[in-house]
Design a protein around this ligand. Structure first.
Ligand code: GLC
Length: 563
């Protein structure tokens, strides 16, 4: 066998000679409860996943046709536990679905409610859950509620949004700015009624006024609509923005970053947010096993953890401090020890290194051309962690960002490069749409599609896709990885390492962040037998005591006695 990524039962003394065999894939996992414990969730950006009708934009039927790639329910595919669909609701697409004009309608670009129901049924049949993106902080300016609200100052829906008089003629009510630098102030003047309305993002995304209980109740009803259709969870967009200072006080001078990094903000993370989340949670609790995962974009882990405390708020909060770390063992060690200090072990963390708002990790870490190797190591770092893991479509292919020509950029914040279509087949075989579409793709397919595509990487020894597949499956079948406790191992200068433990079994995850070999952290002792579960680099295995440049490794320690 040429592939040493998964090697079983390597006893130290005979490790080199014994490395000539690959291991059986682990046996399927037992169901766990709740279902998101230790689960792997795959984020789909529907416009770019797969286009069935040839209009150049991905759609629900395209997703249905590719579900087996994610998990065929019989041990094939990536093996993920759930899919999260970025917005598919009715939208004028000024922010690609994060501007909703109908919360209980599917945008015709993607299909119909019937097709959606079919998608849920097909995902469930394969053992995958379905999570939808729910955008409660703001609507589209085309939403009927806003059209009414802006009609005149006495309209019954006027206070469904935040309207305010100018501070002085021509000056917005306060110093709040949009999270999109290109949008400038968070206020737009409405000539017709002579007041400003608040929008934390673009001016076509007016913020709902959650101080108004009618708004809350209307939004809670939209949750029920989807839960009644068997949706398994909601990813809640910018949930920290549901609480704002009702007196519209200025942000402190420090509060000028796009999203909060700590206290001092009046436009987000206001104490009222927690009761709002409790109301949202109580709706989820009307149903069985429904996940609420919040986009709590607060770059302060202690404040972020406040959103998952008490058993009556969010189940999970995405950790953006982790995602935004530079590539260094020290940084990751610091984030993890900080997290440990602020979060009790009963808090389930939610980790990701990619999503639709950020440059892809391979490109982010590619300054010296080693981005691909780092992306592979990052996969072991991520998928070894305790908690729920979120992958973003294309991450498993090692996709780099696509260079999108200025004339083709459509996103208000320039995030197009991470949102381009998934290449399913080489263009030389499938045409310029690379199996994504038979039409003209809405954003260009990456120039790397000839080699980086699903067909070429599937079943290819050593490919990053095969690596992800193994990691996801090993994780799900290994109790120490799926649900075991987390323990940081003191990090050497360039090595970040931690251990996951469950009863007598433990898995060490070690990542060499440097481009030179490093000693494996903590000499492997106190065990009778080790199993190398996975390494991020292919080729001849290195001795167990050393990590190759930019190598990450999962090693299971098997004790014969349980102490
Ligand atoms: C969230 C989404 C992002 C969107 C913004 C406004 O941050 O992830 O894509 O632009 O909210 O809704």
């Amino acid at each position: 066998m040429r592939n040493y990524e998964v090697i079983c039962d390597i006893e130290r003394e005979k490790r080199m000679s014994a490395m000539g065999f690959d291991c059986e894939m682990p046996t399927p996992k037992e169901p766990v409860s709740p279902w998101w414990t230790g689960a792997v969730v795959y984020q789909i950006w529907p416009r770019s996943f797969c286009d069935n009708d040839g209009d150049g934009v991905g759609d629900l039927r395209g997703i249905i046709g590719r579900l087996d790639y994610l998990n065929d329910g019989r041990g094939g595919g990536l093996g993920v536990d759930a899919i999260w669909l970025s917005p598919i609701f009715l939208s004028p697409l000024k922010d690609f679905g994060y501007d909703v004009s109908g919360y209980t309608e599917i945008d015709p670009t993607f299909g119909t409610l019937d097709t959606f129901d079919e998608l849920v049924g097909e995902a469930h049949a394969r053992g995958m859950r379905v999570v939808l993106d729910w955008v409660p902080n703001h609507t589209s300016d085309q939403h009927p509620w806003f059209l009414e609200s802006r009609a005149d100052v006495t309209n019954v829906k006027r206070d469904w949004y935040t309207w305010s008089d100018p501070r002085e003629p021509g000056i917005p009510p306060n110093n709040w700015v949009s999270a999109f630098p290109s949008a400038g102030p968070a206020w737009t003047f409405d000539d017709h009624t002579g007041q400003y309305y608040l929008h934390s993002y673009t001016s076509s995304q007016p913020d709902l006024n959650w101080d108004n209980p009618k708004v809350r109740d209307a939004m809670l009803d939209t949750m029920r609509f989807w839960f009644d259709r068997d949706v398994d969870g909601l990813r809640i967009d910018v949930v920290h923005r549901l609480g704002k200072d009702p007196t519209l006080g200025d942000n402190d001078a420090s509060g000028v970053e796009a999203e909060p990094t700590g206290p001092g903000r009046h436009d987000a993370d206001w104490p009222t947010v927690h009761d709002r989340i409790r109301a949202i949670r109580s709706v989820a609790d009307e149903y069985e096993d429904r996940l609420l995962v919040g986009e709590v974009y607060i770059l302060d882990q202690a404040r972020m953890v406040e959103y998952v405390l008490g058993g009556d708020q969010l189940h999970l909060a995405h950790n953006f401090v982790f995602l935004n770390q530079p590539w260094s063992a020290h940084s990751f060690g610091k984030v993890m020890s900080e997290f440990e200090a602020v979060a009790s072990p009963d808090i389930e963390p939610a980790w990701c290194l990619n999503n639709h708002d950020h440059r892809r990790i391979r490109s982010r870490l590619d300054e010296d051309g080693d981005g691909y190797t780092r992306a592979r190591a990052a996969a072991l770092l991520l998928l070894g962690l305790r908690g729920t893991i979120f992958l973003y479509q294309g991450e498993e292919l090692g996709l780099p960002d696509t260079d999108v020509a200025a004339s083709l950029i459509v996103d208000v914040d320039g995030r197009d490069g991470a949102r381009t279509p998934i290449p399913w087949e080489p263009p030389s075989v499938a045409g310029p749409g690379a199996g994504f579409t038979s039409g003209t793709p809405w954003l260009p397919v990456g120039a790397t599609a000839e080699t980086i595509n699903v067909a070429s990487l599937t079943d290819k020894d050593g490919s990053i896709l095969e690596l992800y597949r193994k990691l996801v499956r090993i994780r799900s079948a290994t109790p120490a990885l799926r649900g075991g406790s987390f323990h940081l191992i003191g990090t050497a200068a360039d090595v970040f390492a931690y251990e996951r433990r469950e009863h007598c079994s433990a898995v060490t995850i070690a990542v060499n962040f440097s481009t030179v070999p490093q000693p494996m952290v903590r000499p492997l002792k106190n065990a009778t037998k080790y199993r190398l579960l996975a390494t991020s680099v292919s080729g001849e295995p290195a001795p167990l005591a050393a990590l190759r440049p930019l190598e990450a490794r999962w090693i299971q320690r098997i004790s014969t006695t349980c102490s």
